[in-house]
Write a protein that binds this ligand. Structure first.
Ligand code: ATP
Length: 205
């Protein structure tokens, strides 16, 4: 039987992980009464250019960020897998590893808008519900349009929109600040800031 544990799956490049990610995950966990949130840094991202920090460094930063939260866990599933990482493969593997648990795929609405272009979107819904956390600029009527354009309207009930406190922080902005030699204090957990400083990440080459 399903439902032994309710597990949030939060994938991202996390280049670097920041307080926007962490706050969003915390609120989703609280609102949906999840038992755990699994943070899964991507290996080689199919949809974007190569990140600024390498996989080991991104993994280390996530580890530092999650250190004090007993319900947040890290998974190196995608980083260890050779080649491109597709969400559907990750979810299939998680279902295989933990067949009794129920999975909730946490996405920013920016990513949800891309769903029609993902690999095997229909299969994704076999393995997880989708929780789209609202970020500024995307409203529910748009979601309806996106699903109908992608031919995914029949999965409407497997998607929930969840409003979270939006911290206007992005990894891109953090990388820009670092490149310009500016402060990122309080945008990321202190342990992550220290790791970035110690390893001189994202500096002007
Ligand atoms: P980049 O600026 O490099 O594109 P990012 O800050 O969006 O990075 P990702 O690692 O790409 O970070 O994001 C992982 C997931 O977290 C995505 O689903 C994204 O929509 C979501 N996310 C990113 N920043 C925030 C934020 N400030 N609040 C809520 N969700 C966020």
């Amino acid at each position: 039987m399903k439902g032994l544990m309710r597990i949030g799956v939060f994938g991202g490049t996390f280049d670097p992980i920041h307080s926007g990610h962490l706050r969003a995950a915390e609120e989703v966990k609280e609102k949906l009464r999840l038992d755990r949130v699994l943070f899964i840094p991507t290996g080689s991202p199919p949809h974007r250019l190569m990140p600024g920090a390498d996989a080991g460094q991104r993994l280390a930063m996530v580890r530092h960020a999650l250190r004090d939260h007993s319900d947040f866990e890290i998974s190196d599933l995608e980083i260890k897998r050779p080649g491109k990482s597709y969400t559907v493969d990750t979810l299939a593997r998680l279902n295989q590893l933990r067949p009794q648990d129920e999975f909730f795929l946490i996405l920013g609405t920016d990513q949800l808008l891309e769903l029609g272009h993902w690999y095997a979107p229909e299969q994704i819904f076999q393995y997880a519900r989708i929780i789209a956390i609202t970020r500024p600029g995307v409203t529910p009527p748009v979601l309806q349009d996106v699903l109908s354009t992608a031919g995914l309207l029949k999965f409407r009930r497997k998607i929930s929109l969840l409003a979270v406190t939006c911290l206007d922080i992005s990894s891109t902005d953090i990388r820009h600040r670092l490149k310009a030699g500016r402060s990122i204090r309080y945008l990321v957990p202190e342990a992550v800031r220290k790791y970035i400083e110690k390893n001189r990440l994202y500096r002007q080459k």
